[in-house]
Ligand binder design. Structure first.
Ligand code: SLL
Length: 144
């Protein structure tokens, strides 16, 4: 559709918890990396899959999530840049969007003690903009 633009605000980020007594050398934290709509709506009308690229120290570091919620849970010991590739349904775009997101496990505030209750959260916002969307795509998001 000409002169139509669809803008979808998204949030992506990581949330991590120190495991406290349950921590061991290689699994000191549990964490989640996610992509979601800012209004928490279901993104599956738009997103076909999200590929999370983890550090090579993880087994099977390329993780594909094909259904919502587009998130991944893991445990680990270190901070690294997570690659996030968002793939769209074929009638929307054949170009994935590639994002890098820093996984943080340790709080940045000086003097803060590790806590099993207070997560370390890093969240970013972005907008997906689709120009001249197809009829099918518009129908799907309007009926969503
Ligand atoms: C560092 N540059 O040296 C970083 C790399 C990698 C973290 C951190 C693996 C966990 C698992 C894991 O946490 N890797 O083996 O399951 O600090």
């Amino acid at each position: 559709m000409k002169d139509v633009e669809v803008t979808v605000p998204i949030a992506y980020g990581t949330i991590s918890f120190w495991l406290g007594k349950k921590a061991d050398e290689y699994h000191s934290h549990k964490w989640t990396v996610y992509v979601r709509a800012v209004n928490n709506e279901d993104l599956s009308a738009i997103i076909k899959k999200v590929v999370f690229q983890l550090h090579p120290s993880f087994s099977n570091p390329t993780r594909v999530v094909e259904n919502p919620p587009f998130e991944l849970n893991e445990t680990g010991w270190g901070e690294f840049e997570i690659g996030i590739s968002i793939y769209f349904h074929p009638d929307i775009s054949d170009k994935p969007i590639d994002i890098f997101h820093p996984l943080r496990l340790y709080p940045e505030e000086e003097g803060s003690q590790p806590s099993t209750k207070k997560p370390v959260v890093v969240e970013s916002y972005d907008e997906l903009v689709f120009t001249e969307p197809s009829e099918g795509f518009l129908q799907r998001i309007l009926n969503n």
